[in-house]
Design a protein around this ligand. Structure first.
Ligand code: CA
Ligand code: CA
Length: 194
């Protein structure tokens, strides 16, 4: 590990990030190289427009939402540690990971992944996916392929199925239950991480 950890010294908060996120030293180094590549002017942070160079995101119909997730509300820049903490949600879930006592739920746990996905829908962050918010995501994802009428009926059916307390919106618990049988690792992967 000697040479690896010495090269990790070049990575801001390297050791700490390795512990927090579970990324290997080699993986963190690679992510740092990607970060520096995106940080063209060497400012030490990224702005939303820097993510345009990530083809996979710029081609993703909800790529803007994913990019937005890198930024805390009201902030226009993201530094390397925050960048890595967000990317950690996309690591495959480790079923048998030995967790240290007192450690919070890791970012790649199923619950944290679902919370991340939920926030992509819950634009106003009120803890619920409203009909309008769901409709907007569906519109972005399906776009031209379907009519507005079809979109409405898809949204309607999704809400009816998920909305257990019948308040007309989807809470996180309802979201989680409705995705119980879905392989979230499969849905949440970014090749950029490889
Ligand atoms: Ca909402
Ligand atoms: Ca509900």
């Amino acid at each position: 590990m000697g040479s690896r950890s010495s090269s990790l010294n070049n990575v801001p908060n390297g050791q700490e990030l390795q512990q927090q996120t579970g990324f290997s030293a080699a993986h963190l180094l690679r992510l740092y190289e990607r970060f520096q590549f995106l940080d063209k002017d060497n400012r030490g942070h990224l702005r939303p427009e820097d993510f345009e160079a990530v083809l996979e995101l710029s081609e993703n119909p909800i790529g803007d939402r994913i990019v937005e997730a890198f930024f805390k509300p009201g902030q226009e820049t993201v530094d390397f540690p925050s960048f890595v903490r967000v990317l950690a949600h996309f690591r495959p879930t480790e079923k048998n990971r030995n967790r240290d006592k007192g450690q919070p739920d890791p970012a790649n746990s199923r619950t944290q992944k679902l919370k991340f996905a939920f926030r992509l829908y819950d634009r106003d962050r009120d803890g619920k996916i409203s009909r309008a918010e769901l409709l907007q995501v569906l519109r972005e994802m399906l776009g031209m392929q379907v009519t507005e009428e079809q979109l409405q009926s898809i949204a309607e059916r999704a809400i009816q199925e998920a909305d257990l307390d019948k308040d007309g919106a989807i809470s996180f618990d309802e979201f989680r239950k409705s995705l119980e049988k879905v392989n979230i690792d499969h849905k949440m992967s970014i090749r950029f991480l490889e």
